[in-house]
Each structure stands twice: as C-alpha cells, then as structure tokens.
Design a binder for this molecule. Structure first.
Ligand SMILES: Cc1cc2nc3c(=O)[nH]c(=O)nc-3n(C[C@H](O)[C@H](O)[C@H](O)COP(=O)(O)OP(=O)(O)OC[C@H]3O[C@@H](n4cnc5c(N)ncnc54)[C@H](O)[C@@H]3O)c2cc1C
Length: 391
C-alpha cells in the first residue's frame, strides 16, 4: 500500500510537494481552508507571473539575505532551469524577459495552475479536502480540521505544512498556524511585512500634485545598500520595485530607530559634474521646473520631491535626495512576509527537530527575498528539498 503523506496548504509549495510525492507513488491527502487552490499564486499572476530569474547561482542565492549559503544549496538542487523544466512538463511555455526574469508565455498563473491541478486530481492516490482549516495538531501528528461537517481528525507519520506567510489574508494565508506550531514547542520568528510600501508624511501640496506618480530609473540607497529601478509616490508614501528590494534594511532601521532615512539618486546615469553643467545652461526665459524637465529629463514627481524638501537645486541634491520613511504599510498589503518557522528548529531537510515526521515548505519558513521570481523559486526549492529528504 502507498505510504500516506498529509499536506496542509495548497499554494505553490504544497502543490509542488504533492506533485513530487505522487510521482514517487505516495498517497497524498491535501487540506486547505480556502474554497480554491493557490489563490495567492493566482493573484501573483495578475501583474505578470514572475516565476523565477535566469541569473547565475551566486547572485541568485545572495538575494536571500541572511540565508545565502542555505539558498545556494537549495537553488543548486532545484534550480530556475528545473522550475522551467517543470513548466515544460506541464505543457506551459516560459520565456526570459529583457530583465532576466522568467515568465510563463501567457504571463498569468491560471494556465499553470489548471494543468498542474489536473495532473494531481487525475491521480487516484490524491485526495483533496478544501474548506478544511487546520485548528490543532499534537506531537503524534494527529491533525484537527474545522470543516462544514464539523471537526475532522486525521493522522499520518509524515505531515508537510505549507501554509504560507501572513499577508493577503483573503487568499487564505493568515499566519494563524503559528499558534499551533508554537504549542508543539517549535520556535517562530515574528512576521514582518516585506516587499512592501512605506509611509511618509508628505505635505498636502505634494499629495495633490503627484498622487500615484512614477519615479523612473532612480536609485534608492540605505546604509550602502542600493537598488535601481522604479518607485511610485502615493498619498501615504512610497512603494515599488526599488523600495521592495530594500525593505529588509528599511524595516531593520525602523525597528532600531523608529524611522529610516533613505536617499534617492534621481539621475543615477549622470555624474555630479554632468548635472551641474546642465543646470548652468538654463536660459532666462525658462522657469526652473521647465529647465529641470527639459535639460535633465526630470519627471513631475522628481521635481516635486526636490521642492518638497525645500532643497537648493544642486547636482548634489539631485543625486542624494533624502526621504524619511516612518513605518511600513500594513502587513496584509505586503507582497511577502519574513518570519515564520526558524531554520534552527529544523533539520537539513526541514523536518522539525521537536516533532519528527513534521516538515515545512514555502513562505512559512523564515526567509525573505525581493520580488523578481525569488519568492516562488524559494517555495519550489524548499518543497523539492522536503520531498527529497523524506524518510
Ligand atoms: C500581489 C502579489 C504578487 C506576487 N507576485 C509574485 C511574483 O511575481 N513572483 C514571485 O516569486 N512571488 C510573487 N508573490 C509571492 C508568492 O505568491 C508567494 O511567495 C507564494 O504564493 C507562497 O507560496 P506558499 O505555497 O508558501 O504559500 P501560499 O501561496 O500563501 O499558500 C498557503 C496556503 O495555505 C493555506 N492555509 C493557510 N493556513 C491554513 C490552515 N490553518 N488550514 C488549512 N490551510 C491553510 C492557504 O489557504 C493557502 O492556500 C506575490 C505575492 C503577492 C501577494
């Protein structure tokens, strides 16, 4: 008889564990408290599903700040090419975009999910229990679920939890599993919003002028860490790729000092001297704003930010514009969360040291990475390690 494994959580990490286990002829019982599978994955596809990245292993693994060595091993074991190979197996074409990011050809997550779940559901060793919410577990791995039929109990020698992080609760990732895990004596790191926006006390004038305006091709820096790309000024503060990439350092600073000062280089491709030379060429008939727009190609939001700070318009200020970030946006809005099950509580195969036979995969593990496909790759690679390591 096939050996049974219970998986709780039907996001990409749980579904990938199920896919790999069924290939190895295990019986898989998968539980999820939502009415449908992988709701966050589907939402991730709304803006173009960035599955992974094509860069080399070394720079790739360095995106998992604090866990670089672990992820060097994990990504080596189940690589971006392996993830694209999985998509090939599903019959989903992928491509590498100009930025090196990897997307499915149709950009959305729906096609992948449909083909993936079809394979699972057609396997007679697969049982799916939706609308089953894990509410308790003991050290014997007896699990209690609340369901429409009342409380349901089940047990297996091997249980994999892949219940996600703590943002976008409407997708099912509510982080409530923490209490159950802690009651088993397993330590959890507190959740923090990552890949998130931050709040700034803009003047009313700026709010009105540049609401939801883009800052294109800027470089954001904090404590020597730099990120280049786009950001967006919102009425409450700032968000976007460059901010997300530095969210860990910004969060650390806010935690230590109550706020975080970041600097924006509005013209990262120009030197101070080049900017100064362009500033000097202002004609008398040109207003300063017009001159900044025409000669330096500064957009509306950049100019408004310079005025907001009552700064002299100098090359130095254009290349080092300070902004005080006061707090992160609410955790529920964040693209990802750090925190979750500490790696120190787990064996090399992500099995709990306190509760043998209990494994963890995906975003519920205490790792974080910037957007760019690193989050999903992390979920797939941790799931692959769990299944490879099952006794
Ligand atoms: C707007 C947005 C855009 C994103 N874009 C990208 C992107 O382009 N590229 C990228 O790499 N990443 C992206 N991400 C992040 C990525 O979607 C997540 O990292 C990934 O979905 C995490 O997978 P997971 O399987 O670990 O957890 P989840 O996808 O969160 O799945 C966890 C599952 O567990 C279930 N569950 C939770 N608690 C219980 C319980 N008590 N009982 C039963 N079931 C439970 C939930 O219902 C859910 O189905 C994005 C996220 C968001 C919000």
């Amino acid at each position: 008889m096939a050996k049974k494994v219970i998986i709780v959580g039907g996001g990409p990490a749980g579904l990938f564990c199920a896919y790999l286990l069924l290939k190895k002829n295990y019986q898989v019982d998968l539980y999820d408290h939502s009415s449908g599978l992988a709701k966050k994955f589907l939402i991730a596809g709304n803006g173009g599903l960035n599955l992974t990245h094509s860069e080399d292993l070394k720079p790739f693994s360095q995106k998992y700040i604090g866990n670089e060595n672990l992820f060097y091993e994990l990504i080596n074991e189940f690589s971006p090419s392996d993830l694209r190979g999985f998509c090939d197996d599903l019959g989903v074409e992928t491509f590498i975009g100009t930025s090196g990011r990897v997307f499915p050809k149709k950009l959305k997550a729906g096609e992948i999910l449909l083909k993936w779940t079809k394979i699972l559901k057609e396997n007679s060793n697969f049982n799916l229990y939706l609308k089953h919410s894990l509410i308790d577990m003991d050290s014997n791995k007896t699990l209690s679920f609340s369901s429409a039929a009342g409380e349901v109990k089940t047990q297996a020698d091997t249980v994999i939890l892949a219940t996600g992080g703590a943002s976008w609760k409407k997708t099912g990732s509510d982080g409530k599993w923490c209490e159950i895990i802690q009651s088993l004596g397993i330590e959890i790191e507190d959740f923090r919003a990552m890949n998130c926006g931050f709040e700034v006390s803009w003047s009313e004038h700026l709010k009105k002028r540049v609401e939801r305006s883009h800052l294109k091709n800027i470089e954001l820096s904090i404590l020597g860490h730099k990120s280049r790309g786009e950001a967006m000024i919102t009425p409450y503060g700032i968000e976007g790729g460059v901010v997300y990439a530095l969210s860990k350092f910004i969060q650390d600073k806010i935690q230590d000092e109550g706020s975080a000062s970041v600097n924006i280089d509005l013209k990262p491709d120009l030197s101070d001297q080049e900017i100064e030379a362009k500033l000097q060429k202002r004609k008398l008939k040109d207003s300063l704003s017009n001159h900044l727009r025409k000669s330096l190609k500064l957009d509306k939001a950049s100019i408004a930010l310079l005025y907001e700070n009552s700064l002299n318009i100098t090359a130095k200020n254009i290349k080092c514009l300070p902004i005080k970030l006061e707090r992160p946006r609410p955790i529920d809005e964040a693209i990802s969360t750090s925190g979750g099950v500490k790696f120190s509580e787990l064996t090399k195969n992500f099995e709990s040291k306190a509760v043998p036979g209990l494994y963890f995969a995906g975003e519920m593990l205490d790792f974080d990475a910037p957007t760019g496909g690193y989050l999903l790759q992390g979920c797939f690679s941790t799931a692959s390690r769990v299944v490879k390591g099952l006794k």
